[in-house]
Ligand binder design. Structure first.
Ligand SMILES: [Zn+2]
Length: 255
């Protein structure tokens, strides 16, 4: 095993910060192992371990026993129960819950988000829009939606959001999500929808924020329906073809 001088910890920290911002990890935001990080970054494992401790204390990463290190904030201890939920959940059920939960969170965020958090939302919306591959797009999109949920200022709501978010990002849905991204409207629409949500929050307009979030999630739902039916038929549907979504399957969020 390699022994590194202490002063490499700062170097490791800077390298790890770059890595976290470079999007070079999977859809679940899982970082490589300590050993792999040490090799990739060409620093000692002790330096990597210390740097990870710093990042963890800053809330930029969190660790789960036996599962690894993840980018982002720890989802409030719920994650241990989530595996069981994933097994018994359908991806369309996740969308139904998101459609009822996230517009309400956007409404609350429009009332309570601090200016610094709104700036952070804009940054995350830009990162999502700039991401070229599916994995990083999902990661940044997840961070944006979580920032909005966090800005709602209700810990119980946030815990519920985290459970849903963890289930939706599960590897079990990887292929269907990949397919959903390739169907329907393009990434530009998603970007514009994110901006519309953040603008409404910045304007302190709960009704408009909730409605913008609802529209965004309805688009996701439509893509998933299309992707699911394509997967079932193993056939191609003409680009832009309408898929009917019953509008009564939604909750009014406008006040
Ligand atoms: Zn989104």
């Amino acid at each position: 095993m390699q022994t590194e001088p202490q002063d490499n910890s700062y170097y490791a920290l800077e390298k790890l910060r770059d890595l976290i911002h470079s999007e070079k990890f999977g859809a679940e935001g899982r970082l490589p192992t300590e050993r792999a990080l040490a090799e990739t970054l060409n620093v000692g494992r002790r330096a990597v371990r210390r740097a990870l401790e710093v990042l963890e204390s800053e809330g930029l990463i969190w660790r789960r026993q036996g599962a690894g290190t993840f980018v982002g904030e720890k989802p409030d201890g719920w994650s241990d129960h989530v595996d069981a939920l994933v097994a018994g959940t359908d991806i369309m059920e996740i969308m139904e819950v998101r459609l009822r939960l996230e517009p309400q969170l956007a409404q609350l965020a429009a009332m309570r988000a601090k200016p610094a958090k709104i700036e952070r939302m804009r940054y995350l919306a830009d990162k999502t829009g700039q991401s070229s591959d599916g994995d990083s797009k999902e990661l940044w999109d997840g961070s944006l939606h979580r920032q909005i949920a966090q800005s709602a200022g209700n810990k119980l709501f946030l815990s519920i959001f985290d459970v849903v978010n963890r289930i939706r990002q599960d590897a079990a849905w990887q292929s269907i999500r990949e397919r959903a991204r390739k169907t329907g409207t393009n990434g530009r629409t998603s970007y514009q929808q994110h901006i519309a949500i953040v603008d409404a929050i910045a304007a302190r307009d709960p009704g408009r924020a909730g409605e913008a979030m609802r529209e965004h999630l309805l688009m996701h739902q439509e893509r998933l329906i299309r992707a699911t039916s394509l997967e079932a038929l193993d056939d191609h549907s003409p680009e832009g073809e309408q898929i009917g979504i019953r509008d009564d399957d939604t909750l009014s969020v406008a006040s």
